[in-house]
Design a protein around this ligand. Structure first.
Ligand code: SF4
Ligand code: SF4
Length: 270
């Protein structure tokens, strides 16, 4: 039996830390800030994993041999498409963070317009290789976990990272923002103030942030399970919103998310 010599044993490399990338596509960087906002918890995390690529934090290492890749931003250019195809091959887990990466985000509003909306924003749009539509990452490659929100929260990204590293199934939200208001004892802004609120059709996860400040939810955590969008749209109409205003409530941050898009388009046409 061959035994390793003591000197050989001493030269064994330390166990490899999980290699993590946080990748930015077309986005505002707000979801990357959810990591930075973790403060001391990020320092503890950085001792346990290796952030090989994370533009907002500093490292810009190569996007290869990755254990978990978090992607912020929608697919808006040809380069974005090529990047996600390559990163998918190099990543054991691919997690989208935020409305942009998960449903196309605010930039997907251009999908609803005719003509060339980019021409009114950029003096020379021909210098940028824009795709015809801005789409979620899942439209191009399989995604293992989608985290909604605009932006996501630090608890969401930390919870996802921990559960993946531990091999446990990641927590999945099913409840609606409305239910979170009830749990927290927040008065319903629609019933008490007549404010249009997407809470009855939106996934929870934010702690009912907007209603807690007396404002209506605008759906940044995306559609809930079985969203009764038609019923809510009629309620908005009953509050005095015009059909176009009802449509705009649904066609906003998550205009590309199926139930919101379908309801919005119904009222656009009507
Ligand atoms: S989801 Fe919102 S916060 Fe996150 S990158 Fe997109 S626009 Fe910014
Ligand atoms: S209340 Fe709605 S819009 Fe506000 S943070 Fe929560 S999900 Fe987003």
């Amino acid at each position: 039996m061959i035994k390793p010599t003591p000197s050989r044993q001493q030269s064994l490399p330390p166990p490899r830390k999980p290699r993590i990338a946080v990748l930015k596509l077309a986005s505002c960087d707000g979801c990357q800030l959810a990591f930075l906002g973790l403060g001391n918890r990020l320092l503890e995390l950085a001792a346990m994993v290796e952030f090989v690529h994370f533009a907002e934090m500093g490292p810009l290492g190569s996007l290869t041999d990755l254990d978990i890749t978090f992607i912020e931003g929608s697919l808006s250019t040809q380069e974005d498409l090529e990047t996600v195809r390559s990163v998918r091959k190099e990543s054991r887990y691919l997690v989208t963070i935020g409305a942009c990466a998960t449903s196309g985000g605010i930039q997907a509003l251009r999908n609803l317009t005719s003509g060339d909306p980019l021409a009114s924003v950029y003096p020379s749009p021909d210098f940028i290789d824009f795709l015809a539509h801005s789409t979620p990452v899942s439209s191009e490659v399989p995604v293992d976990l989608e985290l909604w929100g605009c932006p996501v929260t630090g608890d969401q990204v930390l919870g996802a990272l921990r559960t993946i590293l531990l091999g446990a199934p990641p927590p999945v939200e099913h409840d609606k923002v409305c239910l979170e208001c009830k749990r927290r004892g927040i008065s319903c802004v629609t019933v008490t103030k007549g404010v249009p609120c997407l809470g009855p059709v939106t996934l929870t996860g934010c702690g009912a942030l907007c209603p807690s400040f007396g404002r209506g939810c605008y759906g940044c955590f995306g559609p809930s399970e079985n969203p009764e969008t038609a019923s809510l749209a009629r309620t908005f109409s009953g509050l005095g919103l015009t059909p176009d205003e009802v449509a705009r409530r649904f066609l906003f941050i998550n205009s590309n998310a199926g139930p919101f898009r379908e309801e919005g388009e119904r009222w656009q046409e009507g």
